[in-house]
Design a protein around this ligand. Structure first.
Ligand code: DX5
Ligand code: ZN
Length: 227
């Protein structure tokens, strides 16, 4: 087993599944429920077949909470948005390697803007694509679904990839966060943690729960309470 309770875990509640007519309440529920981060999914209808939100929502959410805003850019030419998203109050900016041929430059630029640089990998993309820039990242996001929609099923074969990602970060002496995103539930969070992930994005699990606060606690318990 590569994982165990090596580090404190983080739950990043994904606003994609929130009720936007009650955004302030949904954000408050996450905060009161003990979410560590809020995950903001930016989609452009090109990199992924869905369209969501941009700087205006980041700015709005920023005013509603002090929680870190973990912004996940599923867009082509992500660099076009860095300045606006940083100014809007993003804490971390995570871009997809598949959309960023000049990843090293983009990581530096995100840091210059005062944000934490992260890189995401689609399920079909190998870890080799990011090995050379491990020293430049604060976060590695292993997608556990094909990005674009909430409520999809966790892809089990990603567990071996998470484990290899953990080994890659450890071998490089990196303290980067290893985040997983997609299909995280009470059932999948423990295997993902055991494989070595420390930060878990959860959208559907949290916002379709009758009691989202209790669900955040249940997700955390599923990895921290072991008998
Ligand atoms: C999917 C997004 C995810 C999404 C996860 O493309 O990147 O962040 O909100 O949602 P669930 O937890 O419902 O799979
Ligand atoms: Zn996401």
């Amino acid at each position: 087993m590569a994982g165990g309770n090596r580090k404190r875990i983080r739950i990043a509640a994904s606003l994609l599944s929130a009720d936007f007519s009650r955004l302030a309440e949904e954000v408050a529920v996450c905060e009161k429920g003990g979410a560590d981060w809020l995950h903001v999914d930016v989609m452009d209808g090109q990199f992924v077949p869905n369209l969501t939100f941009g700087a205006k929502i980041i700015e709005t959410v920023r005013k509603l909470t002090r929680l870190p805003l973990d912004v996940h850019l599923m867009v082509v030419q992500p660099e076009k948005y860095f300045d606006d998203f940083a100014a809007a109050g993003a804490t971390g900016l995570t871009i997809h390697v598949e959309a960023a041929p000049h990843l090293h430059r983009q990581m530096q630029r995100i840091r210059e803007l005062g944000c934490s640089p992260g890189v995401a990998l689609n399920p079909s993309t190998g870890l080799e694509a990011v090995r050379e820039i491990v020293p430049d990242i604060d976060l590695l996001l292993v997608m556990t679904v094909n990005p674009g929609f909430g409520g999809q099923k966790f892809i089990p074969q990603m567990l071996a990839k998470i484990s290899r990602a953990r080994d890659m970060l450890d071998a490089a002496g990196s303290g980067a966060t290893l985040e997983v995103d997609g299909g995280i539930s009470r059932d999948t969070i423990a295997p993902a943690h055991d494989a070595g992930a420390d930060t878990f994005v959860a959208g559907n699990a949290v916002f379709t729960a009758r009691d989202p606060r209790a669900e955040i606690a249940a997700l955390r318990d599923a990895v921290t309470v072991r008998v």
